[in-house]
Design a protein around this ligand. Structure first.
Ligand code: FBP
Length: 518
């Protein structure tokens, strides 16, 4: 028996692999507005002249009497050296809400670092549900050393409870009073930041500030050039692109399969378009384009069969098709679409259908097979299905996500310490190394139909068919279909040239001249 090796292996259990240990030791970098990681500067953000436009100003002013705002907060230009004295004795709670996204732990690390030793950080266990129940733990520097640069939300856990009713809001207020909280930081997606806006209004009279941090692999929380993408998107899409690239390489090697690959991303197809831009598969559906062309399920089956025939005629009886998770909700079939799916799935507490559990890829593969047998019996067709979703949400963050999230945490810390409320910390201008600001959540709200009722919710940003990313992607479709122009980008890197590559769609949408982030 090799006892020494066995001993080493046992010591590496519990997230102590060589990779995880190495990632723990990588120092955090901060944006110039915060000074340096060793010596963080506390600089309250102030309102200058910038505003977020909203068509609902009148209605929102009425609904959010205490917190409605359109004003953007920014660091004071040129004031990067002298630090303002930091408030002391503040008690801040932080929680994860919704699906996990890589970098969440670094937000907590950055937040704790900004609060420093004279303030207290409490972690809320199990997301908004834990806030209602009052399940809190104190977060210390020891815990941060363990989780920094690591994926997942496992420090605290998460959930999808919507906080909306008077009774729930009262429960939150009771907890705030009981735990003597000065602020709450909510790390979440569109629905969670809606929660943040509602809570900010309700807690304004007891001076508890509520600050949002935009996370979601779906990438649909964006605010102009203040926030071109949410955190977690870069890591998830790099993981999916690695796998899709490998599948495309296999398809071109074994030359007999068509792969049907569903990708996560509920309402918006940002994940799918990014993976397509990185790997160049023969066929990709983008929900927003499908909706604008009023395509039905039958059109999707036809378009896929056409792609199979086109490639067959060029000597390629293989290929791959990418499908966004939300495709089924964007078709012109209306409710009739559900007749194709045997098991209907439920809704979460925010009224979103649980699309990750709908097997679009399997049903499409079967229908394509049936139609090809009828129309082109001479064409050999064998399909294989994949769903890429959960494997991309909790990986160790890429360089970009690690840097982005640590700074989002520092920014959230600054905002709660200065008592800002109903604001979301944002970072944009990645071509210039990143620029921080805070935008008012209320100005980002819109009205949506949820479970038969009209509600105020944070506006999701879907793929814009006039954007730089979509226009470029569309112009490449014919070539990617008719040739093997695929890329296999490989695993995410932490050193070398590809370590600092931005999501392609961010660079194209923002008009950056390069993919490199500094
Ligand atoms: P968030 O909007 O909370 O970030 O979640 C996004 C997502 O990853 C979707 O892409 C997917 O449909 C959903 O979560 C799956 O959720 P669950 O973890 O509840 O199965």
């Amino acid at each position: 028996m090799n006892f020494m090796l066995e001993d080493q292996l046992q010591k590496s259990e519990g997230q102590q692999s060589l990779f995880e240990n190495k990632r723990r030791t990588i120092p955090q970098l901060v944006l110039p507005s915060f000074g340096s990681a060793q010596n963080l500067q506390y600089q309250p953000l102030t309102s200058q002249s910038k505003r977020i436009e909203t068509p609902y100003e009148k209605e929102l002013k009425k609904k959010f009497e205490k917190t409605f705002s359109t004003q953007v907060l920014e660091p004071v230009e040129g004031n990067t050296q002298a630090s303002t004295p930091k408030p002391k004795g503040k008690r801040i709670a932080v929680l994860f809400s919704g699906g996990p996204a890589s970098g969440g732990h670094n937000v907590v690390a950055g937040l704790l670092q900004m609060l420093g030793e004279h303030n207290t950080l409490l972690g809320v266990l199990n997301g908004p549900k834990g806030l209602l129940k009052g399940t809190f733990i104190e977060i210390t520097i020891g815990e941060i050393d363990r989780i920094q640069n690591q994926g997942g939300f496992n420090l605290l856990g998460s959930d999808r409870t919507k906080i909306k009713t008077r009774e729930q809001l009262k429960q939150v207020k009771d907890m705030v009073i009981y735990y003597n909280l000065d602020g709450i930081v909510i790390i979440g997606g569109d629905d969670s930041n809606t929660n943040a806006a509602i809570m900010a209004e309700y807690l304004a009279d007891i001076n508890c500030s509520v600050v949002g941090v935009s996370k979601t692999i779906d990438g649909d929380v964006q605010v102009e050039d203040y926030l071109p993408i949410s955190f977690g998107f870069d890591t998830a899409t790099k993981i999916y692109s690695e796998t899709v690239g490998n599948i495309l390489q296999d398809a071109a090697s074994s030359r007999k399969y068509w792969h049907f690959i569903k990708l996560m991303g509920r309402h918006a197809s940002h994940v799918t378009i990014e993976v397509s831009l990185q790997t160049h598969p023969p066929l990709t559906f983008i929900s927003e384009a499908v909706q604008s062309k009023k395509m039905t399920w039958s059109d999707i089956v036809d378009a896929t069969c056409d792609a199979v025939v086109t490639r067959y005629n060029k000597g390629m009886s293989y290929g791959a098709v990418l499908l966004p998770e939300g495709l089924v909700e964007h078709l012109a079939d209306g409710d009739a679409i559900w007749d194709h799916f045997e098991d209907s799935v439920g809704f979460d507490s925010h009224g979103n259908r649980k699309l990750s559990q709908i097997e679009t890829e399997k049903v499409l593969m079967k229908h394509v097979q049936v139609r090809l047998t009828q129309t082109h019996p001479e064409i050999p067709f064998e399909g294989i299905t994949h769903f890429l979703g959960y494997e991309g949400r909790c990986a160790a963050p890429t360089q970009f996500d690690a840097f982005f999230t640590f700074n989002l945490g520092v920014l959230a810390g600054t905002l709660v310490l200065q008592g800002a409320t109903g604001m979301m910390g944002v970072i944009g201008n990645w071509d210039e190394g990143g620029r921080v600001a805070a935008v008012p959540l209320t100005a980002l709200l819109t009205q949506e139909e949820r479970s038969g009722q009209t509600e105020w919710v944070l506006k999701k940003q879907c793929v814009n068919l006039k954007s730089g990313a979509y226009t470029y992607w569309e112009s490449r479709q014919k070539d990617w279909l008719e040739s093997d122009a695929f890329n296999s980008p490989g695993p995410r890197q932490y050193e070398g040239e590809s370590a600092n590559q931005l999501p392609i769609l961010v660079a194209l949408n923002q008009g950056y001249q390069s993919l490199k982030f500094n």
